[in-house]
Design a protein around this ligand. Structure first.
Ligand SMILES: [Zn+2]
Length: 410
């Protein structure tokens, strides 16, 4: 009877119906199967239900551009899970030794030996919270402070380096990014335009993605940058995105274009596929400190130390006059944008602030000059200020820099 028993209990319902054999063990198996399916469905339902708390949170890696972080100075009040509560204003240093976190109280008057005696083991992970409405206070190496809402998640990265992440409410994050990416005094409509761009950019990320606090993702400097005007701009544009032919616009913005913006061809070298990604004239950034040309002369010897491929020359440019290709005297080539990035990284971002640059080989020196600031693609922030001052609302400002785009609630 073994085969029949097996057949009757198979998942083939027709054969189950036709089978005349109904052993008690078979019903038990069916019940177990049904129960398993029910439990599986319940588990699936729970797993696919949106977790409101998780969906409304963003995780941001802090100090991503600062290199390896050896220690973190915190000011009370804060708590570390149920292990420790720091009183207000007291300073503590969180450090990592051999993959373990240690916290010690510090004051400027205490000796290092006294400080070391107060070292307290925390374990391999610290979840830091605060009751302060301003957020968790972090002291930066220059003595200034920053505040972060939500929780800080600190863990060792290797044996002696810290990883610091901020788990923060989506709304607080967006308001801070709007403030961090704009200068104080930016007009209301320009801030609203920035708010729509920031929210559209967030469509690139998915739940669980870890963002960075640098301009690689979006600048995020914590609760101090949630300025009231940034919050108002976000409240007025909440859930609005910039769309082009039913798709989110490829969002780029920069400080000042100084005459004309570029399309994303400057990055990719290829013609953009989206009509709203294009170059537009812009004289509205005339009040920017980057409107006029900035030039720097670099001694040839120093230049060649950082750029051994030899003296550069510009081979091709885009419609806005920004170099697309740079050729070196040894025959190597590089994209104009790649060259601009390397100059910034090696010599400092103030040397060549804009991507519309010129190179002059003057023998003993290499002269570099540029107009504008930033990559020059998409919205010109100084131009948006100028357009807002002329009475344009945020929708018109966005349409100006992304022709054919529409602001939609998503
Ligand atoms: Zn401009």
């Amino acid at each position: 009877m073994e085969p029949e028993l097996y057949t009757a209990c198979s998942a083939d319902s027709e054969r189950i119906k036709q089978s005349t054999y109904r052993a008690p063990v078979c019903y038990a198996d069916k019940m177990v199967q049904k129960l398993s399916r029910l439990l599986f469905c319940i588990a699936l339902l729970i797993a696919t239900q949106p977790d409101a708390r998780a969906e409304n949170e963003v995780t941001v890696e802090l100090f991503a551009a600062r290199g390896p972080l050896q220690s973190l100075v915190l000011r009370g009040p804060f708590t570390i899970a149920s292990k420790f509560a720091a009183p207000p204003e007291q300073r503590f240093v969180l450090q990592c030794e051999d993959g373990q976190l240690f916290l010690r109280s510090v004051s400027r008057t205490q000796t290092a030996a006294a400080n070391n005696r107060k070292s307290m083991p925390i374990g391999q992970r610290a979840v830091i919270a605060t009751s302060s409405p301003r957020g968790i206070c972090i002291e930066l190496p220059d003595g200034t402070t920053r505040h972060y809402r939500g929780n800080l998640l600190v863990a060792p990265k290797g044996t002696a380096v810290l990883s610091v992440k901020n788990k923060v409410h989506y709304d607080a994050y967006i308001a801070s990014v709007i403030g961090s990416e704009s200068l104080p005094g930016t007009p209301e409509e320009a801030l609203k335009a920035q708010s729509v761009l920031v929210q559209t950019l967030m469509l690139r990320y998915h739940q669980g993605d870890i963002l960075q606090d640098t301009t690689q993702t979006q600048a995020y400097s914590g609760a101090d940058y949630e300025r009231p005007e940034a919050r108002r701009a976000y409240a007025a544009t909440r859930a609005q995105k910039l769309m082009c032919n039913g798709r989110p616009v490829n969002i780029y913005f920069h400080s000042a274009c100084s005459g004309r913006t570029s399309s994303s061809r400057l990055f990719a070298g290829k013609k953009p596929t989206m009509p709203c990604d294009t170059s537009v004239e812009c004289s509205y950034c005339k009040n920017s400190p980057f409107w006029r040309k900035k030039a720097v002369k670099i001694p040839r010897r120093l230049y060649l130390r950082d750029f051994p491929d030899g003296a550069p020359s510009i081979e091709s440019r885009d419609d806005a006059g920004r170099p697309l290709t740079v050729r070196y005297s040894n025959g190597h080539k590089e994209s104009g944008y790649g060259y601009w990035l390397r100059i910034g990284q090696k010599l400092g971002w103030d040397k060549l602030p804009g991507t519309r640059f010129e190179i002059r080989d003057r023998g003993a020196v290499i002269e570099l000059s540029s107009t504008g600031a930033g990559h020059g693609i998409g919205l010109c922030q100084w131009g948006a200020r100028g357009l807002a001052d002329e009475g344009l609302n945020y929708r018109a400002i966005l349409r100006y820099y992304f022709p054919g785009s529409t602001v939609e609630a998503k």
